[in-house]
Unconditional design. Sequence first.
Length: 376
Amino acid sequence: MQKLIVTLLSILTLSGLIGCERSGSTAPSSQSDIGAPASPLPGTGEKPGRTWATVLYNSDTPIAGFQFNVTGVDITGTRDGAAATAGFTVSAANDTVLGFSKGSTIPSGEGILTVLDLSTAGNACLTDVIVSDSNGTILGTSVENCLTIRVINELVPPENPESPTTREVSYTSDVPIAGFQFDITGVDVTEASGGAAETAGFTVSTDNNRVLGFSFAGDTISAGSGTLTVLELTGSGNACLTNVIMSDSNGIALEASVTNCLTINISSAGPTSMDVLYDTATPIAGFQFDVTGINVSGVSGGAAETAGFTVSTANNRVLGFSFVGDTISAGSGTLTVLELTGSGNACLTNVIMSDSSGNALTTSVQNCLTLNILER
């Protein structure tokens, strides 16, 4: 009977990616998968409940480090799994999980990578996954069923490592693309051509493994999916995109993520941020302005935060002041940072700036986001 219970608990552990524990006790677990200890199982007791998500992996290459973001839940800690067995240091902050070791690796195979402790139950999904080998080379990955990382090596070395090969950079976007830039790791880029970028008349260049594409005439790549450009490569590593920057026709950065190393996913729904600048010879005691062309979802940072200002936003209106009478010193810099959603050209209107006596300061707006305060 005991053997039957242990076997049943092992099956539940490996198949149940998310579970809830109602006590601090844990049930027995199977250790048949070396380096992949089972996650805690439901138990009974009087301690507060605990919720977790089990991150699985499948790799034919030893893993020397990993990083990923988790959406849908809040992470309170990490534990167990092959990462712990290999002596990895695994940390979690702001829903980003980072795991590495000073020399050891997680052997190739499959099992539990790590267990995430969560504050509440939810639909945990991994995004922005980065996995590297012992040489620091980024490995190709895909995410299956939200919580399984599959490590893939798509770039097969040619017979002559110095002979060129090609790889397509794919894209999926719900908005037109006016420009792009990204770096390539793992191989050397000798040229970029073809794809939707060439069809749209873009000028595409590469230098020091950085690829840049834009149109002198202001043309755009239509929303949709396909091949963005084709890279000509030398070397025998695994080509992966990093530091991706995509922009729309207004010059606003678009939210972009990379999957399978060479596919760029773009959505206009994600937030972006823009700095509101200022230049003044008079200390600022308060400010108010409206933002047109885009939606403001938050505001923070800048000289306003440094001065202890309370800054709020509602209905695309931003208001900043100090309850204790502090001021932003005369000078120039970033007044505050706007968090924006949607695609559009952010511009400031209906600007009101005041000094410590409550007097309105004469202000002009330049380049949509710079406030110039004239001397009284």
